[in-house]
Design a protein around this ligand. Structure first.
Ligand code: PLP
Length: 452
């Protein structure tokens, strides 16, 4: 009974898989925030390196992973694929549950899969500092690690609620040598405007993005970096699914269901795109692909598929995606992460076209699933990852009813070792199952930008 399915360092993939090559129709282009015309590379050059701008729009099926990046990946890749024997037994399910474990990277999540190449391409272009935002702090710590590896400075705008509630992530960034600020700050125009409007604002990812983009756009030596949503980020994360496919092949398996949790969509894209490609091209037309999101931030299940800004201030290009409106501010009581108002344009398109499905869960049921996982498999997962655990358990329980021995693959995106205050709130009964109100969705959607 094999539990860990491992690859050698030499088997770290040499190329990322670009699903844009296999989409039935091309993506709707991002639009310039003012002119509403398609964005051209020159628009993005002040904040991104050219190599990433090229990857963003590339339709080549495979893109080389630079050797210098693969060298850093040796610190934590290939990541193990586990068979969750003990969870299966506990559930008394005939299903086979496999999970890819991304929590063993330096920052404890999948985010290093993109922070390392992003820091690398910026370093190659002579950039000296990267500005970014972070919600719960995982992206900030992943980028802090990667920038230090390539000798760059890093400024992180951290959403105020997390800055106050998750001091350990902030200290982690300090250990890696980054500067971490509570957003909104008084350092940027957009931060000052937000504070003027509401001095007690809990902050949001949208506001923090505005601050980081403004910082990068107003400093020549500084670029901006995003940890999710964008096509090049999803591209970098496909290393997860490519490895998983190899590992499953070693035990002569192919998944019936592929599951990931969805915030901006990058780890879900990472585990699923190599399989979604098989589905679109007819190699495996029946594979189900399921994204799990919080009911408190239900962009895929309740949002509108429309052009919207990526941030509150309206600095970023407009992207066609599932959105709750760019002025969405999540409930402060929500502990489960995954708070972004929008979603990856590619994931959104594939959900819209029914290649992928989505499901939304309440936070108490999600933490209960995380507890079950910890007590059977041993890992205390991040609250974000717990959404994928919950979906995998639900699918396995359906198999128990139908008697089908389906193969379920899910991405376990990271550990929850810094999330004990969220677990504590769960045990103290303080977590409210908050359904984002339909009226608020409606109201926010009324502010969507008009597209000529
Ligand atoms: C950031 C994060 C997520 C959500 O981001 P995606 O881009 O949707 O993957 C999920 N899990 C963990 C552990 C994270 O750190």
């Amino acid at each position: 009974m094999q539990t860990k399915i491992l690859l050698d360092e030499e088997q770290i993939p040499k190329k990322w898989y670009n699903i844009q090559a296999d989409l039935a129709t091309p993506l709707d282009p991002p639009l310039h925030p003012q002119t509403k015309k398609p964005v051209v590379p020159a628009d993005l050059a002040p904040i991104f390196p050219m190599e990433l701008i090229k990857q963003e729009v590339s339709r080549d099926r495979y893109i080389d992973i630079p050797d210098e990046v693969r060298d850093i990946f040796r610190l934590f890749r290939p990541s193990p694929l586990f068979r969750a024997h003990r969870l299966e037994k506990f559930l008394k399910t005939p299903a086979k549950i496999y999970y890819k474990w991304e929590g063993g990277s330096p920052s404890g999540s999948h985010k290093t899969n993109t922070s390392v190449p992003q820091a690398y391409y910026n370093m190659k272009e002579g950039i000296e500092r990267i500005a970014t935002e972070t919600g719960a702090g995982q992206w900030g710590s992943a980028l802090s690690f990667a920038t230090k590896i390539f000798d760059l400075d890093c400024t992180v705008y951290m959403v105020r609620t997390s800055y106050e509630q998750k001091p350990y992530r902030k200290i982690m960034m300090q250990v890696y040598g980054a500067e971490c600020l509570s957003s909104p700050t008084t350092r940027t125009q957009s931060g000052r405007a937000m504070l003027e409007k509401d001095p007690d604002t809990p902050g949001s990812l949208g506001i923090a993005i505005s601050e980081a983009v403004e910082d990068a756009a107003t400093h020549d030596n500084t670029h901006y970096s995003l940890g999710s949503v964008l096509n090049h980020v999803c591209l970098h994360q496909t290393i997860i699914g490519l490895e998983a496919k190899e590992q499953l092949a070693m035990v002569e398996e192919y998944p019936d269901i592929v599951i990931g949790c969805v915030g901006g969509g990058s780890n879900f894209a990472g585990i699923s795109f190599p399989f979604a490609g098989d589905k679109i091209t007819g190699k495996h037309p029946d594979v189900r692909i399921l994204g799990a999101e919080p009911a408190a931030c239900p962009s895929l299940t309740k949002g509108l598929y429309a052009y919207d800004f990526g941030d509150v201030a309206g600095f970023t290009p407009l992207m066609k995606m599932f959105t709750l409106g760019h002025d969405f501010v999540p409930a402060a009581i929500h502990a489960g992460g995954l708070r972004y108002h929008g979603d990856s344009p590619i994931v959104s398109k594939l959900v819209h076209e029914k290649v992928m499905e989505a499901v939304a869960y309440h936070q108490n049921e999600v933490f209960l699933a995380a507890q079950t996982f910890a007590r059977t498999e041993g890992i205390i997962v991040a609250p974000e990852s717990a959404h994928a655990v919950k979906a995998a358990i639900d699918e396995a329980l359906i198999c128990k009813k139908t008697g089908e021995a389906k193969t379920i693959l899910f991405n376990n995106s990271g550990h929850g070792n810094f999330d004990m205050s969220s677990y504590d709130a769960f045990y103290q009964g303080k977590l409210v199952d908050y359904e984002y109100p339909a009226e608020l969705v409606k109201e926010a959607l009324a502010h969507l930008p008009a597209i000529p």
